[in-house]
Unconditional design. Structure first.
Length: 233
């Protein structure tokens, strides 16, 4: 694991809370441990409060009715997030946040029911395939990390043309190692948009940021990466 020194200065990182969010507090803590300033955003907010980046956390937004993330994409805050993301604002969607990003068409593909039809919760090994995004630049290309995974609808799918394009353009951010936990096509655990500022990741880096509570501190790099990006931007 590459060392992740504390970012210089503070960056205001907004963490959205939807009805049913579970990991918003963990995401704010991860931002704080990385050296940033967490800013709580509410799903009905029509103002991003001048944040420098946004995290959409894990959970069950709006109870996962219809499809995971299908209702959250219409919340007032997502209108602002989508607009800002298209203008370059760094956005990270974790688990349910990844689902929301796909439903909002900020990322391609969709997340579907795990192929074994069971909820999975385990420490998961990942390989970082793209270390050039706003959220992964603190890792080395090909670096292996371990972070928790917990999902029932985490299977990433897309048509073959989209999958081929993601591969060719280097937009697969991370892949599962040690067995595919949910049937994701091509072992994909996370993807990015063309600009590299929007990243969706099914596993939970915010649960691996300190020795007391995580299996590792391997997840901290997602948060230090964006803070360093903000400092050098």
């Amino acid at each position: 694991m590459t060392a992740h020194p504390e970012a210089s200065g503070l960056g205001r990182i907004g963490v959205v809370t939807f009805p049913g969010s579970l990991d918003d507090g963990d995401a704010r803590r991860a931002v704080r441990l990385a050296g940033g300033e967490p800013v709580a955003l509410w799903h009905r907010d029509a103002d991003l409060r001048d944040v420098d980046a946004v995290i959409l956390p894990g959970g069950f937004s709006y109870g996962d009715y219809l499809r995971c993330g299908a209702i959250a994409r219409f919340s007032p805050v997502m209108g602002k997030v989508s607009e800002a993301a298209r203008e370059g604002l760094p956005v990270l969607g974790i688990c349910n946040g990844f689902q929301i990003l796909c439903e909002s068409h900020l990322l391609p593909g969709a997340l579907t029911r795990n192929d074994h039809l069971h909820f999975v919760c385990r420490d998961q090994r990942l390989r970082i395939d793209n270390a050039e995004t706003a959220w992964t630049a603190d890792y080395a290309p090909g670096e292996t990390i371990t972070v928790p995974l917990k999902n029932g609808e985490g299977g990433y799918i897309a048509d073959e043309a989209t999958l081929d394009a993601l591969e060719a353009e280097g937009r697969v951010v991370a892949r599962y190692l040690g067995g595919n936990p949910n049937g994701s096509r091509r072992d994909i655990a996370g993807v990015t948009n063309e600009a590299g500022n929007v990243v969706g990741l099914m596993p939970h880096p915010e649960h691996a940021v300190e020795p007391l509570t995580g299996p590792t501190t391997d997840g901290l790099g997602f948060f230090t990466s964006v803070l360093k990006k903000l400092v050098t931007a």
